[in-house]
Design a protein around this ligand. Sequence first.
Ligand code: PA5
Length: 460
Amino acid sequence: MLEFNWKNADEAVIGKEHGINVKNEFENYKSKVANIISDIYSNKNISGKWLAWMNLGYNEELVKEINEYAKSIKGKFDNLLVLGIGGSALGGIAVTEALLKPYWNVLDKEQRNDMPRIFFVDNIDPDQIKGLLDILNIKKTLVNVITKSGSTAETMSAFMILKDMLEQDLGSDYKKNIVATTDVTKGILRQISDKEGLKSFIVPDDVGGRFSVFSAVGLLPFALVGIDIAKILKGVRDMDKALSNTDINNNIAAQNALIHYLMDKKGKNISVMMPYSGRLKFVSDWYVQLWAESLGKDKDLDGNDVNVGPTPIKALGATDQHSQIQLYNEGPNDKLINFIRVKEFDNTLEIPTVFQNTGISYLGGKTVNDLNNAEADSTRVALNDYKRPNVTITVPKVNEYYLGQILYMLEIQTAIAGALYNIDTFNQPGVEQAKNYIYALMGRKGYEESAKTLKQKINT
Ligand code: PA5
């Protein structure tokens, strides 16, 4: 299982001014947190509570369906092109970057076990999209278009470009190169899929985009590049069982949620996610969306104006020791740093004993693993010296099982934090507003009035 260490958020290490008495606070919040956990777990099957993501780890039928589809098309495509944005892309990027062999797309077919390369289009930069389309053999590319709402302009415009290209190259056979992931009944992509007879998978009801990584949104692309999705879900289930424990002393997601909540009250309203593993780099991007969209809210559940939400920041060890750490050590003491440490890397990489009798000969004979650990330890100790709170999640290895655990732990942590803030963790009116403005500006039917007002505002 993952380990969680909060001792560097404690006043015993970083002092009373910036630390909290963690054990005492666990005691103070024991019954409140127990109620939150039991509410979350008992509401997970209630429609409209947006907690159906808690059931995704148990969907063996879906695993079977996805694996059968993946088997049926194995070897047919050189590339998998995923179109999606936000919650429809970030989990996919985080998991594939962590679990596929590094530099997957430059490996040859044999090294990729006959699996396709994988590309994500999660932005609308015309130069980047054109650049990618120029290098892909489109006939040998499977397009997985993912959008829960079925209408997101960024995703659908990329899809329209791909559909057109595929149809030009393949005629009516183009459908074989598309698989859609969207709502079961609602949305334009669902209508298109049904009308055109596209292969499709479902984003289940009551699962928001940023909580959808263990639905077909993530599982389908993972299986298509050969990742063992059953192992991911085993990690999710084991973590789910552990986190159903209502005692905060035995629940690491509740502990980190409460520490964040209390640190925010002490003015540490920035949550930095800093894995010491390049493979986990994009877990931070995924976390940033999860934390920001879930907790950044203007009203609480009683209708009061609150404008809450700790700002999430992504960082990477050791790279950002040479960029952000100066600020973290000496700038405003307004952050809680979350380290993710890996106990055992897949490889041990020795540093050869070259350049003897020079200023760098001390490195020879050590390993890159030693260096990584030394850097993580020294950053942690320096932060303590500067009285900057930090916590550490330790993962035994980067593999399917533990990645399932990390992501699920952070999801439950977010749900508990939202309940502590007494806000609606699962809506995103701020995102929807921006989407509606885009529809209006791009001339979507039904948005004419909004377009007029917007254009006036833009021109003033
Ligand atoms: O978490 C969310 O709800 C959002 O970030 C969505 O995932 C994002 O806006 C994409 O939406 P959709 O999947 O409907 O295209």
